[in-house]
Structure formats: structure tokens, C-alpha cells
Ligand binder design. Structure first.
Ligand code: ZN
Ligand code: ZN
Length: 414
């Protein structure tokens, strides 16, 4: 990646992504091999007035060795110093930036049960702290190429070519080019999201109905408070930030407990470095009551049984079949990208801030209104060239939202 483009990208991530505020603490999570990019991020964060920048370094082979060598008991323990770090986070409300670059297969072959149980135990401890900072701080996820990831995406190219090509695809997806002003490009992108969401929200749909020849026939209820959103978001203090770079999705949180029918996946799901492929899930009263997978059946069943909310839907996301990321034709093996290439739904926790009036509501109140809660949030792809999605209004009108995989004319944007 050219130095000049990397600098532009770093400025975009710190400015438009997490939007560092004067005097704020900044937390950056990255792999050790990303240090050149991290240095640019740190420099940019201080230039924008960051009070302190903490970098949390990780190394996937080291993580792997921990899973291989430590007992489940040790892996599940959350030492006091980590709890205190989490506590400090709830007091300082840092902005948090994640730089993804890991090998999608880097944890393959590790004892799945052990890894899932350890993650479950850690997630349980972290959840109250995470809930406490929800909507109060800016966060963002960006990506950088690594040789291992590039090899997985472009197995037929030389290591050098694959690395270059993945870097180019990432920059293109986040709208960083030699000529443009990326911040301006994102402002235009966000304006497009706002226009679509305004139209969708005006209908106050009570349910969405999905149909495809592949067997998808699913109706999902929406809460009276469910609102569609996309692109940038505001913290409760009114700071605008972009949580996902790239993003192409318009999404909402449905009414947990109100889903009927079957949904068929259209892309493989990589979960804990293992593949679940060719699967369908059938819902009754909002809960997954059966699932069928050509590959990864046991893993899918375990995922759905992680906790009560893991078998219910927490997110509906709309992305046209003709999306810029889908049109690259690249399977990234990374949700940040692949979820932006296809309509998807998520099993597990919903997003409180997609609900009207979330600012003054507690987590418990949001859940009482029908927001799903879980320690997992796993997106899987359901977009198809023939997918139709109909929005159903309170008075029973059926409004086409997606026709043949793309936005109905009413919602299509230039
Ligand atoms: Zn999504
Ligand atoms: Zn999601």
C-alpha cells in the first residue's frame, strides 16, 4: 500500500471513523504486524487532540498458542487487572478503533468446544461493562491487509500480488483514492443512507417478508420502535462517527420472538475459523426450532444454543445484490466486508440505538419491548439475485422494498 494512501486512510479512520474529540482517550486494537499503520493512526489521534493513546497489540499465533496450551479454566478466568481495565473504560469512554488483519484460518483446528466455552466465559464478564458504554463512546472497525489474509482471498496469486490486490480492494471499499477527499466521499455516502432510511421509516413497517426460490420464506416482525439506519451514528453526546468502514448496509433490530418460516443462507459462514455452509434455519415464535447444514451442522447447533437469545434474530440488514463490494466479486472471508455484499440477518443481540427513544431507555426496558439480547451477534448472508422483500404496514399494505435482489425503484438511490 502506497505511503500516501495509507496516510489518507489513517486520517479517515481517526477523523471520519472514530472522530476523536479534543481531550479524549483513544484505544487502538491491532495486530503487531500492522505497526506502520498504527503509528500513522496514533500520530493522527494526537494531532486531533487525543489526551492519551493506548495501543492494544495482539498476535494471532500467540492467541493460538494460548488456546492450545492453557486449560479451559485458565482461559475462562478474567483476572482482576482486566476487570479494572474494563471499569476504567466505562469511566473514560475512550474512542475505540479496531484494525482487522488476521488470517481467517488462523485459529482453525483448535478445539471448538474449548474455544467457545472460553469466549463465552469472557464475554459474560465483559458484557456489563460493554453495556455500560453502549452509545456513549465512538468506535470503528477498519481493515488492513496481511500476507496470510491475502493468501486466503487470492490463493492463485503470488504473495506479493495478493497482498497488493487485497490492499487495493480495501482502499476502494472505504473510498480512499489518490484523487479524492475521503471525508467528503463519506459525507456523500452518509447522505444517501439518510435519504433511504427516511423513506423506509416513514412507512413504520410492522413486519418484513422475505422470499426467494432457494427456499427462503420468512416473515420477521418489527417493534413499533424499530427504526432503519445506515452509515454514521451519533453518540448520546451528539458526536458523529462511522462504526464500520466499509459499510453499505441499511439495518434495524426486529422484534425478538416474532419470526416465522425458513431462511436459507447464500454464502458460507465462518464462525470461530470453522465453516458452516449450505444451511437453513426454521423459526417458530421467533425461535430457531430446527437447522440443516451441509457442512458444520454441530457447530451451527452449538451456536444457536449459546444462550437464550442466540436462537433469535437481532438484526435485519438490507444490501442490494448490486452493491460495490458484491461487484468486486471477492469473497473476503471477513464479516466486515462480506456482510456488506449481501442482505443478511444476525442471530443474537440487537442494537438498542435502532429503537426510537433509546436515549432514555435502560437495557432491561429495551429488552422488554422486544430487543433481542445475547452474548453472540453472528451475521449470515441471505441475499440472492431473486430475493424479494416486502414491508408490511400496520394497515396491511404490502410495499415492495427489494425486487429481484435490489432496491425497489422507490428506494433506489443514485
Ligand atoms: Zn449488519
Ligand atoms: Zn450484524
Amino acid at each position: 500500500m502506497k505511503q500516501e494512501l495509507m496516510e489518507k486512510y489513517a486520517a479517515l479512520a481517526i477523523g471520519t471513523g472514530v472522530n476523536v474529540q479534543e481531550g479524549q482517550v483513544v484505544q487502538i486494537h491491532a495486530s503487531v504486524d500492522q505497526y506502520p499503520f498504527v503509528r500513522l493512526l496514533v500520530k493522527e489521534a494526537y494531532a486531533r487532540g487525543a489526551k492519551r493513546v493506548d495501543v492494544e497489540w495482539a498476535d494471532q499465533p500467540v492467541t493460538r498458542m494460548a488456546y492450545e496450551n492453557e486449560t479451559l479454566e485458565v482461559l475462562s478466568e478474567v483476572p482482576q487487572w482486566r476487570r479494572e481495565k474494563l471499569q476504567l473504560m466505562t469511566e473514560e469512554l475512550p474512542c475505540r478503533l479496531y484494525v482487522l488483519s488476521e488470517d481467517p484460518d488462523g485459529l482453525a483446528g483448535i478445539d471448538q468446544q474449548k474455544m467457545m466455552k472460553a469466549r463465552q466465559a469472557n464475554a459474560r464478564v465483559a458484557k456489563p461493562y460493554r453495556d455500560a458504554i453502549d452509545n456513549k463512546h465512538q468506535w470503528s472497525i477498519v481493515a488492513m491487509p496481511s500476507p496470510e489474509w491475502a493468501r486466503k482471498v487470492f490463493p492463485d496469486l503470488s504473495e506479493e500480488e495478493a497482498f497488493e490486490k487485497l490492499g487495493d480492494a480495501i482502499l476502494q471499499s472505504v473510498r480512499v483514492t489518490e484523487e479524492n477527499d475521503p471525508a467528503q466521499a463519506w459525507a456523500a455516502h452518509n447522505a444517501t443512507f439518510a435519504a433511504v432510511c427516511e423513506k423506509l421509516n416513514a412507512y413504520r413497517f410492522t413486519a418484513m417478508r422475505y422470499r426467494s426460490a432457494n427456499g427462503t420464506n420468512l416473515e420477521v416482525g418489527l417493534m413499533p420502535e424499530s427504526r432503519w439506519q445506515g452509515g454514521g451514528e451519533y453518540t448520546l453526546n451528539g458526536v458523529y462517527y462511522n462504526p464500520n468502514m466499509p459499510t453499505e448496509e441499511v439495518f434495524t433490530s426486529p422484534w425478538a420472538g416474532k419470526a416465522e418460516g425458513t431462511v436459507v443462507s447464500t454464502m458460507p459462514l465462518s464462525y470461530n475459523s470453522q465453516l458452516i455452509d449450505g444451511f437453513s434455519i426454521t423459526f417458530e415464535n421467533g425461535r430457531a426450532v430446527s437447522c440443516q447444514a451441509e457442512q458444520g451442522q454441530a457447530l451451527l447447533e452449538e451456536m444457536l444454543a449459546m444462550d437464550e437469545g442466540a436462537s433469535m434474530i437481532g438484526e435485519l440488514a438490507l444490501i442490494p445484490f448490486d452493491s460495490p463490494i458484491a461487484n468486486t466479486g471477492i469473497l473476503f472471508y471477513e464479516t466486515l466486508f462480506d456482510e456488506n455484499a449481501s442482505c443478511h440477518i444476525a442471530l443474537g443481540s440487537g442494537y438498542e440505538n435502532t429503537m426510537d427513544g433509546y436515549e432514555t431507555r435502560s437495557h432491561e426496558e429495551a429488552q422488554a419491548k422486544g430487543l433481542n439480547d445475547s452474548i453472540i451477534h453472528v451475521d449470515f448472508m441471505i441475499g440472492a439475485a431473486d430475493l424479494s422483500i416486502i414491508g408490511i404496514t400496520e394497515d396491511g399494505r404490502e410495499i415492495p422494498v427489494f425486487i429481484e435482489g435490489n432496491w425497489a425503484p422507490e428506494f433506489a438511490q443514485e
